[in-house]
Design a protein around this ligand. Sequence first.
Ligand SMILES: *[C@@H]1O[C@H](CO)[C@@H](O)[C@H](O)[C@H]1NC(C)=O
Length: 136
Amino acid sequence: MNRLLFILSVLIGLSCIGLSNMLVSGKDIVVVSNQLKHNKFLKVHCRSKNDNLGVHYFFIGESYNFTFHDNLWGSTLFWCDLYQGPHFKHHQPILAYEYLRKEYDITSNKWVAKENGIYLSQDGKDAVFKYEWDGP
Ligand SMILES: *[C@@H]1O[C@H](CO)[C@@H](O)[C@H](O)[C@H]1NC(C)=O
């Protein structure tokens, strides 16, 4: 086999691994839900390296979600800034989704903004406390 053919087949092989990784992992979802009190609304701004999902506002009881596929290289990462309206005195950035930290293929990250902090429920499991407002 000549050198060019060898390099080409390695490249094709690598893309197949990436592609199957994407197809197998299917569609993922991030949900952010407002369960604050005292008529506060929630301002949410989510981003990844390549996507800016814009600023969205939600009343109590409402939620926001977006879906995506893990990228070919398994480096999918979304973060969101959460702010408590109407005065935006309290703010917290969260790591909304990260492929690399998954112990298995998590498909749903549901974040719940409450008065005493921000909770995460993964794939429908019990919500666990993850961030305090104005935390590190
Ligand atoms: C995601 O948002 C859409 C549009 O607002 C809504 O119809 C859908 O039920 C939501 N899905 C989840 C799982 O929250």
